[in-house]
Design a protein around this ligand. Structure first.
Ligand code: FAD
Length: 418
């Protein structure tokens, strides 16, 4: 399929031959395997087990995970490209890859002990089971330090009680990291994190497919998923509450030291935001391509829609923003790959690209008008899928706070007396 947004050859400043080869492989897979099921999965609001299994078999659920743990052993930019490419055809599949990788797998890979890494990461990197990240609570959304979930020390372990909300993969997933207060009077320094396992809610489906469940995981009684959210977008992604009801975890399942949970989760979100930026970019590109193809085929007043300057201007604006978004996103991923600080750049990429996804999908619907408004074309789904990119992994108000704080710190460092 021809795409006006397939400009990776003009992104050589960031991309190697290996990156471009990976993009081609994922693009072919997304168009052949994901695109045909995307609309149906959205309409049914059903987790697409079979295509997720197909993604796992190609290694897409463990792209940046070292090969010693069963991952592809690629850099972070490779993972970002995979998310972007999948999002061009379907954001629900793309968030499955993104949430599983950055939120589900990397906290254990980055902050886990050798034993935790070798016990859990191979299951996650191979995609044999899905992972998730439980931070948000009813009174701890943007105020993620407002965690109410308690972890009380008991018999050498911890008793967890609390409710996490809007947790991606809470139903279909099996391995989660969650935050809980070990010392309530210490504020965010009293927040620790824990690995908890529960069986998938789709056990029969998982057993039939030989994917999505692993009997040998240490399932914890008292960890269970709530009912599936009926969402505006990302409808084929699984979002639910995750209840922790007198759930006993051993001390070996604590992730990092006591009191490190909040800082470690914030670091996880920094990286996750580059994934949401990539997903948003993919949405913008998918919508822009669909509108461009349509404008090249359809006529009004005896002329192709493309010939109207107003159409050209809309597509020109979006294509320009897509280029800008690519630079922001690839640069943030490149900084992460270099081991350089990237908090500000990740927030900027997420802020810009998520707003771009809304603008681009709205423009696409406008260009395609009546047709664009129907489910016969993917742009109405893309427009619904774009909205949550401004919310997940920190709302865009929070991104502006993060960027503002970083700028103040940078300025203070510059003006501090020597
Ligand atoms: C589909 C989906 C999937 C998700 N997946 C996960 C997941 O896997 N794991 C997880 O832990 N969470 C997940 N979340 C939760 C998500 O991170 C939160 O929804 C998000 O952080 C916002 O929190 P909230 O919804 O409670 O909104 P609130 O924090 O209540 O915000 C409401 C409004 O107030 C604004 N606001 C709040 N505080 C400030 C402030 N200080 N300054 C300016 N404005 C402010 C916000 O920007 C927003 O506009 C998911 C959410 C969705 C919708």
């Amino acid at each position: 399929m021809s795409r006006i947004t397939s400009i990776e050859e003009k992104m050589q400043i960031y991309l190697s031959e290996a990156h471009i080869e990976l993009v081609k492989e994922v693009r072919a897979f997304a168009e052949e395997v994901i695109a045909p099921v995307a609309r149906e999965a959205d309409e049914a609001s059903e987790f697409p087990w079979e295509t997720v299994k197909a993604m796992a078999e190609r290694g897409f659920l463990g792209v940046p995970v070292p090969s010693e743990f069963g991952g592809m052993g690629r850099d972070y930019l490779s993972y970002i490209l995979v998310v972007e490419e999948i999002a061009k055809v379907d954001a629900s599949h793309a968030i499955t890859v993104s949430a599983h990788t950055t939120l589900g797998t990397t906290p254990i890979l980055t902050f886990g002990t050798d034993e935790q890494r070798s016990r859990y990461v191979p299951w996650l990197a191979s995609g044999k089971v899905l992972g998730g990240f439980g931070l948000t609570e009813p009174e701890a959304g943007s105020d993620s330090g407002g965690t109410r979930t308690r972890a009380e020390r008991e018999n050498g372990g911890y008793r967890l009680n609390g409710t996490k909300v809007f947790i991606t993969h809470a139903g279909v997933g099996e391995i989660f990291t969650v935050t809980a207060l070990t010392e309530p009077d210490r504020g965010t320094r009293g927040i620790s994190s824990f690995i908890v396992c529960k069986p998938t809610v789709d056990l029969d489906q998982a057993r039939a497919l030989g994917f999505g469940h692993e009997d040998s995981l240490p399932f914890v009684e008292g960890v269970r998923a709530g009912k599936k959210e009926d969402k505006m977008g990302w409808r084929a992604s699984d979002t639910r509450e995750l209840f922790l009801e007198d759930a006993f975890v051993t001390a070996e399942e604590r992730l990092g030291e006591e009191g490190e949970g909040f800082v470690n989760f914030m670091k996880t979100l920094d990286a996750g935001r580059i994934g949401i930026a990539a997903l948003s970019l993919g949405l913008a590109e998918g919508a822009c391509d669909a509108a461009f193809r349509y404008a090249n085929e359809q006529e009004q007043f005896g002329r192709k829609l493309w010939e109207f300057q107003s159409t050209q201007f809309q597509i020109a604006d979006i294509a320009t923003d897509i280029q800008a978004g690519k630079h922001l996103t690839y640069n943030a991923a490149w900084l992460k790959d270099q081991g350089a600080p990237f908090t500000k750049e990740a927030a900027m990429a997420k802020l810009f690209c998520s707003e771009l996804a809304m603008r681009a999908t709205e423009s696409a619907v406008r260009i395609m008008s009546g047709d664009g408004y129907t489910a016969d074309y993917p742009v109405e789904r893309m427009m619904r899928d774009a909205k949550v990119c401004e919310i997940g992994e920190g709302t865009n108000e929070i991104q502006r706070l993060v960027i503002g704080r970083q700028l103040v710190n940078e300025m203070s460092a510059l003006t501090a007396p020597a």
